[in-house]
Design a protein. Sequence first.
Length: 630
Amino acid sequence: MVVCGDDALAHRLAAELRDVYRERVTLLVPPAGESLRPTISVPGRGPARATALLGRVSAVLTRAPGGRPPEVTDAGVLEAPEPDETALAEAGVERAAALALLHEDDETNIRAALIARRLNPRLRLVIRLYNRKLGQHLAELLDQAAAVADPTLDAAELDAATTVLSDADTAAPALAATAIAGTSKVVQADGLLLRAVERASSGPGEPAGPGLCTLALLSSTASDPAGVEGSDSSGAEGPLLLPDDATVAAATGRNTVVLEAVSHTGPGLPPGRLGDRMLPLASLFSRRLLWAVAGLGAAVLALAVASVLTTGDSPLHAVYLTLLDVFAINDPAVEAPVGRQLLQLLSGLAGLLLLPVLVAGVLEALGSFRSASAVRRPPRGLSGHVVLLGLGKIGTRVLARLRALDIPVVCVEEDPAARGLPLARRLRVPVVIGDVTQEGVLESAKVHRARALLALTSSDTTNLEAALYARTVKPDLRVVLRLYDDDFATAVYRTLRAAHPQALTRSRSVSHLAAPAFAGAMMGRQVLGAIPVERRVLLFAAVEVAGHPQLEGRTVAEAFRAGAWRVLALDTADPGDRVDDLAATRGRRSGNLVWDLHPGYVLRPQDRVVLAATRRGLAELLGRRRSVGP
């Protein structure tokens, strides 16, 4: 396995491939002090950090142009300025089983993917791209190139030849669910939606409640709602993933995570439904202007009534004459009675007052339509919302997820040209432009009336400072921090929980949430997503039964292994009519997945199942043997 990149996701992915899946890994990183794109300096990043995460690295390899590709035993680090043809060849791409391209620059990943496909048509490519539409087209192009270069590739190999993933898309549902009290944890892979909910502890022998199955027994209890959750580092005590029915029935006082519902989602809601459904009149015109128009209307009505009383005309004719006088298009009442003449003069005066009101209305309407494309300010009476700090890659995806769940959001962003501001404008989400560490910025976001704070900026210190200040404003605020270092996250979590025992605090790492999905894709499976369970992760994957003795010929009950994997659904479509990628059924409803499987159903070689598994369980079920020799 070859991993290209020098950030937390690349390091964690390399460590997971080696430690969990027992694969030989080469990590291709830029030399110390160099980077393909300027990034924020974070202590601990770089080749030294990669070496520490890989653990027992046999040797740190250096690039020798024109030399023979070095031998790698368990893992190695190869330094190269960029993943060009020479660097990829020296990393062993021609003999590798899979290549992960994890640079933050999409162009660098695309260029390296094209080179790698030419060097090895049978190579399994996993590409990190933020642009989902571009990623879909790129995957089709690379699959076609592989089929042309090597006609012997079968359909299964072509199906797993190229996988385009986004760490932001993988982590966004978990981050959004963490910030919302009582909201289900979900994994959304385009058309497929898996929903898991936490249930309160039940007594011995009592059912866990309605649901398809129990995914985990949590460490949290009625007396300790947070349990050991809060950081990404592992601990001695934690949740029990995929327990059997006997263990669930015997568990006392422990909360559970139950798979409550599985459904397909249709196309995304139009932007108008995610934000305000219409532009109200009060936002188009100011209150003073509306009162001025109302006053002029009352004056015209009074003049019409006076005209009826003085001239004896019908009400309709009197209103008509009054309007003609107001707009100065009526003949002068020279020979009319004095009362009529006075009314005409008063109507003309009202017309003079109407002219500036009309001009002001036009100007305010133009200004309102112009500001419709700008960011909105938080309304005065807003409460119960989520304050989102940072509109970068992660913040943008989380914002879209929160608004899809109809959760009110107020964003805080320091950069006026941030990536997520166009989305915020389109969804009409209030945004406060300013530095969250400055006094008054969080107050402008109404943090004292918010239900949760999501600190997702790229700076750990900024996230921590914002969380601490928000807790001084509202001690019981639910806080979710995006922190890079696990040890630092653990220390922050414990300190905040000790200082505010009644408030819920969570620390999340995007790389921790995304690495299992990338590792699963490198192993050749279609990973649908992941659900965080306290400090651990449950993976959901679509697996072909053929070739796996733990599944083939066994019943659903026999195929279940507690703590490792569990079959959840069966794809009933014919093998020739199946959707190649279950995670790409955006806007479509296949209707071929059956979730309430009978325990006695015997799995056949031609079946495809959706299962939930731990990382080690999935590695044991589907991991291939380590290759011996070159």
